[in-house]
Design a protein around this ligand. Structure first.
Ligand code: IVH
Length: 676
């Protein structure tokens, strides 16, 4: 065949492929049999294989399907929209401040200045302004990717469409909360349970003419990214927002020290009911932008901000039954089924009893009258038993010693750090052998921070499990779609959407992949550390050998608990089978360090002794920001041992013996072009 003919044949096949694909995904109409479609796909791939100059954007080798017609287009946030950690009392706030003081290596007597902002319970939105014009409005989505809701956003009167003031940044992503005031909600509350749902529903519906009729409000409070903004702290930023024409919260305050935060919290909590909108706490942000930058982010939330929730609402009810739920890690959690009560506007019928020890300590029994508390989005829990109302024939609750799901024995771990037995009893089976654990592990696998498969929620996992469509994580990638299509509530289009979401997520980062496996003690932060250390998925799959796993102890932050847990995971045959199947079905991306051109590129560091004016945590984060790597043992891979005051002599000696450079703080800072 000559080149021209090859190209023509190829293009013809691509065009057929696009046509069939479109009619299948968008018009829910199959005009070709599945097997013919697969043959066509194969022919295209074979042509591309043989003639490498052939490449088309729409080729099946590059696209996973047709983007299903969803209500809104998805757009990646340039800077992720994160959540906040919670504080419930003075102790939590003291700890929050202590961590900041330690991280920044400040003197304990330093009092930190905060911007305290009432936390409105609405829906967050991101508004992109370019040269003063509102160009895009996005919902939060999963934090990384939001929905393009520009048309609906533009109907909100509080949102300026154009800003001409000279100090308005050239480009900025202004973030804030869209909400409905309580009085307005009362006028339209025929469809929604509470103001938050009403705001979310109105903002995310297709017809912007309907959105325009809902009295949505917007309060601005932060930014994602900016170009040419010259502002040094949060309170000045809030002042500028007002000048630029945004609404800000009238109860925002600048406050110094934890004691004053508490006073302000008490005052505002009293005023809460009189406000025109719902607030569920106060957000505290370290005021100084330079300090915010130094503090940076942990896995999911900034180190420089926290949400101080208002105290819980409570009610009394009666325990009808105590059920044992089994979690992903095998933990047996007792849950009280209570007579439904309204607690602060929400009907509650389940309340957690935490663990076996808690039941014994409070002597909680079926039939007891109890006080149940609920705070914001936290799971309701039983706080106390009214013994005066205890029924005469009541019996102590006997906690099961065998797993109620699979009958295995249960165990309480010994905690090496506290030198005590855990309060939590766990099913001793190894994961997928226990039905309840297996379901919870699959729920975790598809969850937001793991595979994040759109439209594959907890209910669907349970449903598919009951129908025997899934038993192990890999089954998700081999779903019998024609069976799903026959199920009630499913049709061609919804199945095509599900298939698209699943195919789309076959391409996954190593850190998300590791996290998704739900290995005990390997949360997001540890998964990230391990992924960065191993860099590629083959390195992860090869971990099964004991010595390979031991090597992970070189990672600063991974200790014996994590190592033992990973070993246990790899020892289990089913887990190894799952990994094998997943490896075949997925495309796991190698780790590419963001700032791989940093000053410390390809260099490994270890710290010993105390540094001056900078905490260990900040030093670590500074090394990582500059593409360096931290390791926690002196070994052949180590390039520099940074030795501070009172270093461990043995470490310094070993490093010297192995010709590893031992440098002091000043020499290290010089590498970063900084002076001490
Ligand atoms: S700052 C990383 N400021 O709280 C910084 N958030 O749990 C996070 N919220 O999704 C955002 N009032 O919807 C910030 N004054 C305020 C806020 C606020 C309410 C919401 C927001 C966010 C959630 C974080």
């Amino acid at each position: 065949m000559n080149i021209k003919l090859i190209e023509e044949t190829y293009l013809k096949k691509i065009n057929q492929f696009i046509k069939y694909n479109k009619s299948y995904y968008l018009e829910s109409n199959s005009i070709i049999s599945d097997s013919d479609f697969d043959i066509l796909k194969k022919e295209i791939l074979q042509l591309e294989d043989r003639y490498t100059f052939l490449r088309n954007k729409k080729s099946p080798s590059l696209s996973v399907g047709f983007k299903p017609s969803k209500n809104f287009q998805k757009i990646k946030h340039k800077v992720a929209m994160l959540s906040l950690g919670n504080a419930f009392n003075e102790e939590d706030l003291e700890n929050f401040e202590k961590k900041i003081i330690n991280f920044l290596s400040l003197k304990n007597s330093n009092s930190i200045e905060y911007s305290a902002e009432p936390k409105i319970d609405g829906i967050s939105a991101s508004l992109i302004y370019v040269n003063g014009k509102l160009t895009k409005g996005l919902s939060r989505g999963d934090g990384n990717e939001g929905e393009d809701i520009t048309q609906n956003i533009k109907t909100i009167k509080d949102i300026p469409l154009e800003i001409t003031l000279s100090n308005f940044p050239e480009e900025i992503d202004i973030r804030g909360e869209v909400f409905i005031e309580n009085d307005d909600f009362k006028k339209i509350n025929d469809k929604f349970a509470n103001p938050r749902n009403a705001a979310s529903g109105s903002l995310r519906q297709k017809n912007s003419l309907i959105t325009a009729k809902i009295p949505l409000k917007f309060i601005a409070y932060t930014y994602g990214y900016e170009k040419k903004m010259n502002i040094n702290d949060q309170t000045s930023f809030l002042e500028n927002l007002k000048l630029w024409g945004f609404k800000t919260n009238p109860f925002n305050k600048k406050i110094i020290g934890v004691k004053n935060l508490i006073l302000n919290h008490k005052k505002l909590e009293k005023k809460r009911k009189e406000l025109a909108f719902d607030i569920d706490g106060i957000v505290y942000k370290v005021n100084d932008f330079d300090l915010q930058k130094r503090l940076g982010f942990a896995a999911n939330a900034p180190r420089w901000a926290i949400a101080h929730k208002f105290s819980a609402n409570s009610s009394t009810s009666e325990i009808m039954n105590i059920e044992i739920q089994i979690g992903r890690t095998g933990a047996l959690t007792p849950v009280a089924k209570i007579k439904p009560v309204n607690i602060g506007g929400v009907i509650v019928s389940n309340a957690t009893l935490h663990n076996e020890d808690e039941i014994i300590r409070k002597d909680i029994r079926v039939g007891d009258t109890v006080t149940v508390e609920r705070a914001g989005d936290v799971i309701p829990h039983v706080v106390l038993v009214d013994l005066k109302k205890r029924k005469q024939n009541s019996k102590k609750f006997i906690f099961p010693l065998k797993c109620p799901s699979c009958g295995s024995k249960t165990i309480k771990d010994y905690n090496e750090i506290t030198k005590k037995q855990d309060a939590v009893r766990r099913c001793a089976s190894e994961g997928f052998e226990c039905e309840k654990i297996a379901i919870e592990r699959i729920k975790h696998f598809v969850s937001k921070d793991a595979f994040n498969i759109d439209g594959f929620g907890k209910k669907i996992v349970e449903n598919f499990w009951n129908l025997k469509l899934i038993r192990l994580p890999q089954d998700i990638f081999m779903l019998n779609y024609s069976k799903v299509e026959e199920l009630e509530g499913w049709g061609k289009l919804s199945v095509a959407n599900l298939k698209f979401s699943i195919e789309e997520k076959k391409n996954i980062s190593l850190e998300r992949f590791i996290y998704s496996l739900g290995i005990r003690h390997i949360g997001q932060e540890n998964a990230k550390l391990i992924a960065r250390h191993l860099k590629t998925s083959p390195n992860f799959f090869q971990l099964s050998g004991e010595s390979n796993i031991e090597n992970l102890s070189n990672i600063d932050g991974i200790g014996n608990t994590q190592i033992q847990s990973i070993k246990k995971f790899f020892l289990n045959r089913t887990n190894r089978k799952v990994l094998n199947e997943l490896e075949k079905n997925l495309l796991i991306k190698d780790v590419i360090l963001i700032n791989s051109k940093g000053l410390l590129k390809n260099k490994t560091f270890m710290l010993t002794g105390k540094l001056n004016g900078i905490s260990r945590a900040e030093a670590k984060s500074l090394i990582e920001q500059n593409s360096g790597k931290i390791i926690s043992n002196v070994n052949k891979k180590l390039d520099y041992l940074i030795s501070g005051e009172k270093p461990t002599v043995q470490k310094v000696n070993t490093a010297k013996d192995w010709n590893i450079k031992v440098i002091n703080q000043a020499e290290w800072l010089k590498m970063l072009n900084k002076s001490s």
